[in-house]
Design a protein around this ligand. Structure first.
Ligand SMILES: Cc1ncc(COP(=O)(O)O)c(C=O)c1O
Length: 370
């Protein structure tokens, strides 16, 4: 019996291989391997896709959050509020810009930042909030932006898992002062290496991010104006991302259809389903279940079905983030202990969904009986 991996980025690359090879040929045959025409083209295309004025390609999603915060002049002495149910990069990025981290709880249903918890956590030193559109589900960004506006806070949306997710007709990343994206290979839009981008509306913010990604230079004179390292999206990744961007909406539609099919087939098993909003792009399809470890093990041992745990332990339980000084986040902890991500990548789940759902049904039954 062939196993089903939780994700397999090479299958997505393989599906669009001819277009990717042609894009790579152009990069290899060109003469500018860093910050050349492929990066410029991708930045323009991704900004147009999202409906924002500026896109700046950077080295990773973590750098995208850090550089966005630094460009918005958040740094030492400031507090930044984020969630603990997220990838480590979100919180590392906040610490890396020199700010203090403040975790708040997530909403039990959306699994994203709880606006009421944000209101309660704001202090005179709070400078910014970093909501995460977790698993492709848009956070309650309209309320979060209105809270931030009332308190004069910067908003950096962490869109690493939400390329193309919408609220109404508007894409996430276009609501805050900046949006941060990762193009890690398993993302809905992912390359064959590391990559990231900052998007924003304001030209001055964009210019600061451009400077921060490249030695603190100003573009015109190549004079270093500020402390900065080197975090550039490279031409190879940019060319691949342009080739894949034209297929992003199609892939997101496939993910939505697969999610609907999971809902139908897993109905009545007592699993906690992801929120059922129309704007999600289902980077993950994570179900909440009681005996997660047993279910995960049995799915693999009996049916060869790969699953993943996102995220355990939650960040506030990890040594690097103890500085955040928070002890209890009840919704975060309950979700961190129960969420199991089933395969949802179209190239993986598409041909196997009935088999995966059937195996989940069998194994949930087995867990209940034992
Ligand atoms: C929500 C979130 N934020 C930030 C990151 C960091 O992105 P990267 O791995 O490209 O640095 C990731 C990716 O792992 C992520 O999922």
């Amino acid at each position: 019996m062939m196993g089903v991996p939780q994700a397999a980025p090479a299958r997505r690359i393989g599906r669009f291989r001819a277009e990717i090879d042609a894009a790579l040929d152009r990069v290899v045959g060109g003469d500018r391997y860093i910050l050349g025409p492929a990066v410029e083209a991708f930045e323009a295309e991704f900004a147009a896709y999202l409906g924002v004025a500026h896109c700046i390609g950077v080295g990773t999603g973590t750098d995208a959050v850090t550089l966005a915060l630094r460009a918005l002049e958040v740094g030492p002495g400031d507090e930044v509020i984020t969630v603990s149910l997220t990838a480590a990069g979100t919180a590392q990025a906040i610490l890396l810009c020199g700010a203090e981290l403040r975790f708040v709880d997530v909403d039990r249903i959306t699994r994203c930042m709880d606006p009421n918890a944000v209101e309660a956590a704001i202090t005179p030193r709070t400078a910014a909030i970093v909501p995460v559109h977790l698993f492709g589900q848009p956070a309650d960004i309209l309320r979060l932006v209105s809270i931030a506006d009332r308190h004069g806070l910067a908003v950096v949306e962490d869109c690493a898992q939400a390329h193309g997710a919408v609220i109404g007709a508007r894409k996430v990343g276009s609501f805050g002062h900046a949006g941060a994206f990762s193009f890690y290979p398993t993302k809905n839009l992912g390359g064959i290496g590391d990559g990231g981008a900052v998007v924003c509306r304001d030209a001055a913010t964009a210019a600061r991010v451009r400077s921060l990604r490249c030695y603190g230079w100003d573009d015109e004179t190549r004079i270093s104006r500020r402390l900065a390292g080197n975090s550039r999206l490279d031409e190879v990744q940019a060319a691949i991302l342009s080739a894949l961007l034209v297929h992003l909406d199609e892939g997101n539609d496939e993910r939505r259809a697969l999610a609907a099919e999971y809902r139908r087939r897993l109905h009545g098993l007592g699993l906690g389903m992801p929120p059922d909003g129309p704007g999600s792009v289902y980077h993950q399809f994570a179900v909440a279940c009681d005996s997660r470890e047993a279910l995960r093990r049995n799915l693999w041992d009996h049916a060869g079905i790969g699953t993943a745990v996102h995220y355990f332990p939650a960040l506030h339980r990890q040594p690097a983030f103890h500085v955040a000084g928070v002890s209890r986040l009840p919704n975060t902890e309950a979700l961190a202990e129960s969420l199991l991500s089933l395969p949802i990548q179209p190239e993986v789940a598409g041909p196997n969904l009935a088999r995966i759902a059937e195996a989940v049904r069998t194994e949930v039954g087995r867990c209940k009986r034992s």
